[in-house]
Design a protein around this ligand. Sequence first.
Ligand SMILES: Cc1ncc(COP(=O)(O)O)c(C=O)c1O
Length: 397
Amino acid sequence: MDDRQRYDRLTAHLDPPFAVVDLPALRANAAAMARRAAGKPIRIASKSVRSRAVLERILAMDGYAGIMAFTLPEALWLVSTGMRDVLVAYPTADRAALAELAATPRVAQEIAVMVDRDEQLDLIEAAVAGVRDRQEIRVCLDVDAGYLAFGGRFRAGVRRSPVRDIGQAVDLATEIAKRPGFRLVGVMAYEAQIAGVGDDLPGRPARARAVRWMQSRSQRELITRRGRIVQAVRQVADLEFVNGGGTGSIEKTARERAVTEITAGSGFFHPRLFDFYRNFTGRPAALFALPVVRRPAPGVVTVLGGGYTASGPPGRDRLPQPYLPYGLRYDPDEGAGEVQTPLIGEAAEDLRPGDRVWFRHAKAGELCERFTSLHLIEEDGIADEVPTYRGEGHAFL
Ligand SMILES: Cc1ncc(COP(=O)(O)O)c(C=O)c1O
């Protein structure tokens, strides 16, 4: 039985739209990622999963430890449900959440927040000033892992931390150490230009060559810079962890001595944008089904909904991929629609109202903002239906 037959058969009793996670595919992806990490623990990027039940299943596997959360309210909620060791990877300006963090020892011990400038320390201090028996705030220093060339005229990577060199990192680490109420526990340097940019682009050989050139230069530069920064910051603070990497760079980042743990998220669901890497492949593990509702013309079917566009620079690659049956494409005038989506192709000839089309999201966790639950599918049956963050009433971002 092929995947489409299996998905159709196992979910025949459900009315689309709904989302599924293929557990054997998810487990295979997670196991392959742990192998690539070669013994270094992987922290799970929760934004790419957005379901507690699925996070817990991955955490139970070998090679996984800790969560990388995307907001402080999310981290507080996860810890309130029993999760431990949560790193909030993006700076917060949420005063109420900071006050809550500082108020409870057990909570403050399990969470670290991100800083890259002293003004964020000021903001945190102001937010927690009125808290009685205020707990020490654990902080992680975010270091820019982007790549600069030609005297800074060429830049690859995400615009996040202004801390880039040893001096800046040591200055901020020293500032944190000086301030009562803070403890520097980690350094994070995320090389998005390697971890999140595919280097195997079919039909675009020149771009693929340019990406590979940039990535190999960037990797070489980062091994030295990250190593020196970590060594220098360790003179100022007892670091518990040094975090780096993402799905696309696991084995490369894991090889760096300075890095103690890797982060990965997208590789579990293996969405469309992660099909274009030379160093790994994965199995699509998160899909959503939309119902065919009409047939406007020969070779065209219309499904209900569909416009679940992914974040990032706008472009066709941000649209969901009509995945099964193979051979369906968007009408260029309509794309993926708000309430309905025409699909064109030979495969449309065999589809009738009530049939399903299976889609993959371009990114991973954003899919869960569209569905309140995920149906977990095993090889020969549905194992469970579990809530997404949305399904538990949370829309963090
Ligand atoms: C700080 C940080 N680390 C790691 C990742 C890697 O996540 P993924 O494995 O989903 O690419 C991300 C994703 O954006 C991130 O922001």
